[in-house]
Design a protein around this ligand. Structure first.
Ligand code: NI
Length: 182
């Protein structure tokens, strides 16, 4: 296990534009994926981006490895998203439709905000072995990909909140729900 410290909002590394990965299937890349996996699992994240553990590369992981674990304690109502390693991603909204939804972030612990995101998304990229990924997704899956890939351009979700009245502490916003306070 290699659980890594997650950088929190205010750290300048989170504001950088991350670099593309140029070599796949290397020991370094596999170690990075393992560190991201262990850290995401430990913190019950819906996803995590390499810059959040201090590595400024265009690598994100998200989703659930196990169908049995599809109920994430941080997002108990979320549809299950398949476990995905996504490298050098390219995102294209496939309609004009925008959906508002609550988001949190391991780099902004204990808070949630309403963020408008494209409802339907076409995304492409590569896994850690260099295999191509090409998907059409919608809803929570599309939201997670947009949130994680924003990290690669130095964007944290509070920067996307349309109305800052829709931003607050998780336990205050949802006092009667068993949402893990990170
Ligand atoms: Ni995040």
């Amino acid at each position: 296990m290699s659980i890594t410290t997650v950088l929190r909002m205010g750290d300048p590394i989170l504001l950088l534009k991350a670099n593309s990965v140029t070599q796949f299937d290397t020991p370094e890349l596999h170690q990075l994926i393992e560190d991201l996996e262990d850290t995401m699992a430990y913190m019950n994240g819906a996803g995590i981006a390499a810059p959040q553990i201090g590595v400024s590369l265009r690598v994100v992981i998200f989703g659930q490895k196990n169908a049995d674990e599809s109920k994430n304690p941080r997002y108990p109502d979320a549809d299950s998203v398949p476990y995905t390693v996504l490298i050098n991603p390219i995102l294209k909204p496939i309609s004009e439709e925008i959906e508002d939804g609550w988001e949190g972030c391991l780099s902004v612990p204990g808070m949630r905000g309403i963020v408008p995101r494209a409802l339907r998304l076409h995304y492409t990229g590569f896994d850690q072995f260099g295999n191509a990924i090409d998907r059409l997704v919608s809803g929570f899956h599309a939201r997670v990909v947009q949130h994680e890939c924003d990290h690669l351009d130095g964007i944290l979700y509070p920067m996307r909140i349309a109305n800052l009245k829709d931003f607050g502490y998780t336990d205050v916003l949802f006092p009667n729900q068993d949402i893990q306070d990170d």
